[in-house]
Design a protein around this ligand. Structure first.
Ligand code: 13P
Length: 339
């Protein structure tokens, strides 16, 4: 019974042209983004910002799911409605970030491992009771001349697979997020090689841990040159490299893939998703959508700036950005829509 429910939830996240909003920044990440936008870094401003998001009119037209954070899942609008209930009212499936951030990986200088497996089963049971139906766990892989190492890739993908197995046991769809960072000067080809290795190892570990591939969502990076790379890639080059990599590594049993934006501009993130749909229409075995944080929220935060009088225009921007990503999923996005 649980399995069928999990499969239905996973598929519902890929309904129509919808996608996901990652609004699950940890307190420290949210405070960092607030500081950059000149917004005070208090619990009340974080609550007010998340209220702005969940009360945006017609957001359910654009989003199938939204990922909350532990602090946020217990918070309410100023009228006393839990955010999680606001999302459900709008037809948006609530999800929850379950990892506890990254720490140094012992024995592997410069590499990280994600914390949070201890006690995860209890937290998942609590989140399920609160109404969360999917979860997220982010593993981070960095590229330099000497890393990533085999050991770090294996440890991180093993951890992701253990998390995914625990989620499914708790009746929650796991989003598995192996993020190969854009930081650095590496080429598109190097990103392709590392992403391919990482995803290959991920599915090996998911298989070993008896994870049901029909009841999970992959949240990968796009295959893209590093932020400081001297050679840039065109929109179609990124789209082609990304889909080629996914076709080689992701089994057809997986219902769908929802990309992170990873520091791309909102316009680039939309254009890349759009190109994948244009170039590969009818040729993909899984759904392909967005699960962006920065590429949707950055312009929203910049407009809001912590002021009540800016809420309405910030909400319009949120709806607008998400609807451009919907257009990208249909292969109908054009840069002219940005105006
Ligand atoms: P970005 O879209 O900003 O990369 O965030 C997505 C995410 O959920 C990171 O864990």
């Amino acid at each position: 019974m649980k399995t069928q429910e999990l499969i239905s939830t996973a598929n519902a996240l890929f309904a129509g042209d919808k996608g996901l909003l990652a609004m699950d920044e940890s307190t420290s990440t949210c405070n960092k983004r607030f500081a950059e936008a000149g917004i005070p870094q208090t619990i009340e401003y974080r609550r007010a910002y998340r209220e702005l998001i969940v009360t945006t009119p017609k957001l359910g037209e654009c989003l199938s799911g939204a990922i909350l954070y532990d602090e946020t899942i217990y918070q309410s609008t100023k009228d006393g409605v839990l955010f999680i209930d606001k999302l459900k009212e709008a037809g948006i499936i609530p999800g929850i970030k379950t990892d506890e951030g990254t720490i140094n990986l012992a024995g592997f200088p410069g590499e990280k491992i994600t914390a949070g497996l201890d006690g995860l089963d209890d937290r998942l049971a609590k989140y399920y009771q609160l109404g969360a139906r999917f979860a997220k766990w982010r593993a981070v892989i960095t590229i330099s001349d000497t890393i990533p190492t085999r050991g770090a890739i294996e440890a991180n993908m093993h951890t992701l697979a253990r998390y995914a197995a625990m989620c499914q046991q708790a009746g929650i769809v796991p989003i598995v997020e192996p993020e190969v960072l854009m930081d650095g000067s590496h080429t598109l080809e190097k990103c392709f090689e590392v992403t391919r290795n990482v995803q290959h190892e991920l599915f090996h570990q998911l298989f070993n841990q008896n994870v049901d591939l029909e009841a999970l969502v992959l949240k990968p990076n796009m295959v893209i040159p590093g932020t400081d790379a001297t050679k840039h890639a065109s929109i179609d080059e990124v789209a082609n490299a990304t889909v080629t990599c996914l076709l080689e590594t992701v089994p057809a049993a997986v219902p769908g893939i929802a990309f992170l934006s990873g520091g791309q501009s909102p316009a680039d993130a939309a254009a890349h998703l759009n190109a994948m749909h244009k170039l590969y229409k009818g040729k993909l075995p899984w759904g392909l959508t967005f699960s962006y944080a920065r590429a949707i929220q950055q312009p929203v935060m910049d407009l809001w700036r912590g002021k009540d009088e800016n809420v309405e225009k910030a909400q319009k921007m949120l709806h607008f950005r998400a609807s451009l990503d919907n257009a990208a999923r249909r292969g109908e996005y054009t840069p002219a829509m940005e105006a």
